[in-house]
Design a protein around this ligand. Structure first.
Ligand SMILES: Cc1ncc(COP(=O)(O)O)c(C=O)c1O
Length: 394
């Protein structure tokens, strides 16, 4: 056993008894390399994070330039920092006018926590409605939004006054009432195995929230930032939320979360009581500089234009008798197999054959793909032919 293995297994906290354990040397483009020089085609992007691939020269440059200027100077909110302003300017260009105020934090979970708090402040209500099979994070608040009893039970009591409704069941919208502070929905459910709201359902949900004065909050931590072929997944449905939560790939490889709402609503955090939501590192200048550059790259390199073609290529190539269904929007895919055990096998065998696949927390009969948005068509062909070869071997 090498010294490194000792440290990793014995001194770094683990989240599962069987981590992948790839010893990462470096990463470039759509590939991650281990210390033995083996290349892994990254079809998951560190779960929907590395959308610009690894080591993008413009991101590295933006980080280096910011490093030369300054790193942390003050807790969030007190000082005016150019990197935060730049990121806000970029975000303003790609959002509807009503979503014009940004609270930068360090992770998606934190942004969800902030969203829940904001809804309570804006509406003076406590109840929050989430969806069956939702995933919004792992903290006490965000875990309360999950309906996965197995994952929640050891940590109870969690937050009171959280209800769960079934996606696309119009009748259950009746549970949204004048007592509901917010309804929180992943616009495309990720961990549920890539599940979509129906257009009419989402419109009815918007209407119900308008009627009851409840805030409609979309979690686009995973499905936003171009992953589905549009900058935001809600653009597919022409339904605008009252608040939007982003994270993951927004940071272009650095840790970020962002709560987005209208300015008047966000004022609730700064008054009566002031300091209603605070963070030391949120809006870190290095992260904001990378994130702002990431958004410029998506725009200037027209990254979204190619997504539909790439998505079709995946759909065409991923055909096999073991595959029951490929659920996808853009480059957010769930590959559902007939047999749950085969999902385990294929993800592990993928490591051997040099492709990174991953499972879902709550959808055991499918594996996920979320490759970098700038993956080449050649790499899509390589990846899919390896997946098909693995399925043939099972
Ligand atoms: C839809 C969704 N919401 C929230 C989160 C939590 O984000 P983070 O892990 O950055 O805290 C995730 C992470 O996987 C997610 O997919």
């Amino acid at each position: 056993m090498s010294k490194n293995k000792d440290i990793f297994h014995q001194h770094l906290a683990q989240t599962t008894p069987f981590p992948f354990g790839i010893k990462v040397s470096h990463a470039q483009g759509s590939y991650i390399y281990d210390t033995q020089g083996k290349a892994y085609l990254d079809l998951i992007s560190g779960i929907a994070v590395s959308s610009l691939g690894h080591g993008h020269p413009r991101i590295k440059k933006a980080i280096n330039q910011q490093t030369e200027k300054h790193l942390h100077v003050m807790v969030y909110g007190e000082f005016e920092q150019e990197a935060q302003n730049e990121l806000a300017k970029e975000l303003l260009q790609i959002l509807p006018e009503s979503l014009n105020s940004f609270y930068f934090v360090n992770s998606g979970t934190e942004a969800i926590e902030a969203a829940m708090k904001l809804a309570k402040r804006v509406t003076h209500r406590q109840e929050i409605i989430a969806f069956k099979k939702a995933y919004h994070g792992s903290s006490h608040g965000s875990l309360s939004l999950s309906s996965n009893e197995l994952k929640k039970a050891p940590f109870e009591p969690l937050l009171p006054q959280i209800k769960h409704i079934e996606l696309n069941v119009i009748e259950q919208l009746a549970q949204i009432t004048e007592h509901t502070a917010a309804v929180i929905l992943e616009t495309i459910q990720g961990d549920a195995g890539v599940r979509f709201p129906e257009l009419n359902y989402l419109k009815a949900l918007r209407k119900k929230c308008d009627e009851t004065g409840s805030m409609l909050i979309f979690d686009e931590i995973q499905c936003g930032m171009g992953r589905t072929g549009k900058m935001w997944a809600f653009e597919h449905f022409q339904v605008v939320p009252d608040a939007l939560v982003s994270g993951k790939s927004l940071g272009a490889g650095l840790p970020i979360g962002c709560l987005i709402a209208k300015h008047e609503a966000m004022l609730q955090f700064s008054d009566n009581p002031m300091l209603g939501h605070i963070t030391t590192f949120g809006g870190h200048p290095l992260v904001c500089a990378a994130a702002a550059e990431g958004l410029k790259i998506i725009r200037e390199e027209n990254l979204l234009e190619g997504i539909e073609r790439k998505a079709e290529l995946f759909a065409d190539l991923l055909q096999h008798k073991e595959i029951i269904e490929v659920r996808q929007l853009g480059l957010m895919l769930a590959i559902e197999l007939k047999d749950e055990e085969k999902v385990q096998q294929i993800v592990l065998n993928g490591l051997e054959s040099g492709i990174l696949l991953f499972w879902f927390l709550s959808t055991p009969n499918a594996f996920r793909l979320s490759p970098p948005l700038n993956i080449s068509e050649e790499d899509i062909r390589i990846g899919c032919s390896k997946i098909v070869a693995l399925l043939n071997e099972l």
